[in-house]
Design a protein around this ligand. Structure first.
Ligand code: HDE
Length: 755
């Protein structure tokens, strides 16, 4: 056959193969589509949402699911699928040319899986990157009515909330117990929209004007060349800045006090810092400072504990919050307000209410409780909730407004701006944890990560095509139905533009000294040690000297003690201050406090007398505390589960230590090796037990012992007669004595003080 005929035959054969393949008809589609499509001119109702267009599964504060029902805990299908819902048989092997490869570029599943993974991280928060969060509920007392019309304060009104606690300086993976300010941000999902109270555990700030925020944060963050130290202020750039910029001295003093190293997020106060303006139903305004008061009291770690925990359990605060909520020890705070008349000068008792470096002592303006916060549910997914929650001081509801505090004014800009890069666009309020629990109709459209399928054709106002919808709220602002957010009609000063502070912002020292004078001797001792540590970590002589000058202006004893520690001369003050009245409310050495959620370690000897220990565990539980059985090995001892061994448990985890025996080091045990390595303790007592007792004693914790435990105490070098040591014949007797003492958190008498 000649080549021409062969080509003809091949073409015919190919045509025959196609025979029949072109007659595809789609069942249910009668014929060809009409040639012209009608232009849509009339408004049509939107299609009903498909079942899978619901919100992703998330839990509200009450635990009720939102969005579409789910069949599995993780997502919406019991089967493994790709991101477009096609089921997969294998996600363990990439598609290869033969079992030894190479891998094929066409493996869409491999590429999709790895690409998604490559993009799992989002930028961490520029400040407050390290945090922990929880869901809860806020209940109004009805006492704020004369001050604010906000519906959430009404008597008995329950509002779901989400709270995020944080440190400020450290990265996302930094340790929890560093010396730093703590964030305490609360999102209230109210019936009038979201209100965010973005607070700290320190009532004053480093700067009076927000334009200086990048300066203070650059100074506090790690050095730009070596990126050390992480998550702390004990370095030259920080002290360089705060010693030059003396308005920071007040906040710094709080940081150097025990407030800088909280025992737990559950045991911190929270402060709105700025003065806000509240509006009541009659339109009357007041100036208001918000305070959170923890039910458990304000408590701190000791500095040595904080440092140890940083290594032993860097997640200490995160774990503490999670465990307490899981155990049912739901943390509680009261929200309180200091209320001031809204007078044109915005001053109270000589204090400028717009200066965020000043407090108003509670003794002259009492904190009045207006509601209670309870945290009762842990997040379901850390990233989705804690990482993606976006707070903003401008998330306000009717009845709560801002003032002209220049720090607050800058924050009103910064919190939206930062989410654009952190959460990748302007639609972050559609993320489940940020969504209000009320309908929204904001006319915002499109943008990255748009999840809503908006209906209607007229996202503008005024319009006629969507029937004029959405409508502005009515003029009667006191009616709940129509209540809208309306800025308080405050007169703006007729001033000239200027880059300056008012003269009332000039005093940088009086309140710092007032704080110092309000401390008990043990708190003063801690402050001296903190300054000495931090400045001792600085290399630059000039920085240390300049900060000593600031301390000299605060108090001569403080300055002298720190100078002695640094081996430098103490300078004389350069200013004369008039002493303010001390404010006892600033001290945290008070009590008694309820013991809820405290950790009680019980050291047991499996070969010793264990009678009464199980009953004691139940008593401790019943009293709202957490008993931790600590034994030489894991598993069970006398029917009780061992929660920590001498290898996994350390003293810093417990608030109180009870010794129920004298555990001996077993032959060949790890403990023996520790003993050979020189760990303390009398011969015959497991040296790790002795170490635990000694550390608890040094950290001023209450210690109880009975039976052979009393001998173990003595063998560890702790006298029965020491303050805060309780011994007795039975676990029950000892625990009664221990409970009385632990209501004061620590045995303060055990700390040596020089001032
Ligand atoms: Fe913030 N702050 N801040 N801050 N702040 C942020 O917002 C900022 C200030 C506070 O758990 C950022 O979403 C400026 C005072 C908390 O998500 C950012 C100024 C107080 C949190 C920001 C301040 C706070 C933040 C970083 C000076 C106590 C954590 C990530 C004008 C009343 C919120 C973010 C959370 C977070 C800016 C001062 C509290 C960059 C510019 C004062 C608790 O927007």
């Amino acid at each position: 056959m000649n080549p021409k005929d062969a080509a003809k035959d091949a073409a015919k054969a190919a045509k025959d193969k196609l025979e029949g393949l072109m007659d595809i008809t789609v069942p249910g589609v009668p014929g060809p589509a009409p040639a012209t499509v009608e232009e849509p001119t009339a408004v049509k109702p939107p299609l009903p949402p498909k079942p899978d267009q619901g919100a992703p599964d998330t839990r509200t504060a009450t635990g009720a699911p939102t969005g579409a029902p789910v069949t599995a805990r993780s997502q919406q299908s019991a089967y493994l699928t790709n991101s477009t819902g096609t089921r997969l048989r294998d996600t363990d092997h990439s598609l290869k040319a033969g079992s030894r490869g190479p891998t094929l570029l066409q493996d869409h599943h491999l590429r999709e899986k790895i690409t998604h993974f490559d993009h799992e991280r989002i930028p961490e928060r520029v400040v407050h990157a390290r945090g922990a969060g929880a869901h809860g509920v806020f209940e109004g007392y009805g006492t704020a009515e004369s001050v604010s019309m906000a519906g959430l304060f009404a008597k008995g009104k329950e509002t779901p909330v989400f709270v995020r606690f944080s440190t400020v300086l450290g990265s996302r993976g930094s340790a929890d117990t560093v010396r730093d300010t703590r964030g305490f941000a609360t999102k209230f999902y109210t019936e009038e929209g979201n209100w965010d109270l973005v607070a700290n555990n320190i009532p004053v700030f480093f700067i009076q004007d927000g334009i200086k925020f990048p300066d203070v944060i650059h100074a506090g963050k790690p050095h730009p060349d070596r990126e050390i130290p992480q998550a702390q202020s004990a370095h030259d750039t920080f002290w360089d800045f705060v010693s030059l910029h003396t308005e920071a001295q007040h906040h710094t003093m709080w940081n150097m006090s025990d407030r800088g190293i909280p025992r737990s997020y559950r045991m911190m106060e929270g402060f709105g810092v700025h003065t806000f303006r509240c509006i009541n139903a009659e339109g009357g305004t007041s100036l208001v400072k918000f305070h959170w008061k923890p039910k458990l009291g304000v408590h701190s770690l000791t500095w040595e504990e904080a440092q140890m925990v940083g290594g032993i359990d860097p997640d200490f605060h995160r774990r503490d919050l999670y465990d307490a909520i899981e155990a049912g020890a739901h943390p509680e705070w009261e929200l309180g307000v200091q209320v001031f008349p809204d007078e044109p000068d915005q001053m109270f008792a000589g204090i400028d209410l717009l200066d965020p470096t000043k407090i108003v002592p509670e003794e002259i303006a009492p904190v009045q409780p207006i509601g209670k916060l309870t945290l009762n549910a842990n997040p379901t997914n850390f990233f989705a909730e804690v990482e993606q929650v976006a707070f903003h001081v401008g998330h306000l509801v009717p009845g709560i407004d801002v003032t002209d505090d220049p720090l607050l004014q800058t924050r009103l800009f910064s919190y939206v701006d930062t989410q654009l890069s952190r959460l990748g666009g302007p639609n972050y309020n559609q993320i489940p944890v940020n969504r209000p629990h009320v309908p929204t109709n904001d006319m915002f459209r499109d943008g990255f990560h748009q999840h809503a399928v908006h209906s209607g054709v007229a996202p503008y106002k005024p319009n006629s095509l969507d029937g004029g919808c959405p409508f502005a709220a009515g003029a009667d602002l006191s009616e709940e139905e129509t209540r809208a957010f309306v800025e308080a009609a405050v007169k703006v000063s007729e001033a000239t533009k200027v880059r300056a502070n008012p003269a009332s912002y000039d005093d940088h020292y009086s309140q710092v000294r007032q704080f110092w004078l309000s401390m008990t001797p043990v708190e003063k001792e801690h402050i001296i040690r903190a300054y000495t540590f931090e400045l001792g970590k600085c290399y630059e002589q000039a920085v240390k000297e300049r900060q000593l000058q600031c301390l000299a202006n605060i108090d001569p004893v403080l300055c002298q003690e720190v100078a002695t520690g640094l081996g430098l001369p103490a300078p004389s003050p350069t200013i004369t201050l008039e002493d303010l009245e001390p404010s006892p409310a600033l001290s945290q050495v008070t009590g008694p406090f309820p013991p809820d959620g405290r950790m009680v370690g019980i050291v047991v000897d499996p070969d010793g007398d264990l009678s009464g220990v199980d009953a004691l565990r139940r008593t401790i539980h019943g009293a709202g505390m957490v008993p931790l059985l600590i034994g030489p090995h894991g598993g069970m001892i006398d029917g009780m589960p061992v929660q920590r061994t001498f290898a996994t448990g350390r003293s810093v985890e417990v608030d109180v230590l009870l010794l129920a025996g004298w555990p001996k080091p077993a032959p060949d045990a790890l403990a023996n090796r520790d003993a050979k390595a020189g760990a303390p303790g009398a011969a015959g007592l497991d040296p790790r037990v002795a170490l635990m007792v000694q550390e608890c004693h040094r950290h001023a914790k209450v210690i109880g012992a009975w039976g052979e435990g009393v001998a173990a105490l003595a063998a560890s070098g702790v006298a029965e007669s020491d303050a805060g040591v309780v011994t007795g014949g039975s676990p029950a007797d000892v625990f009664t004595g221990v409970s009385e003492q632990m209501a004061f958190h620590r045995v303060w008498d055990r700390f040596p003080t020089a001032v």
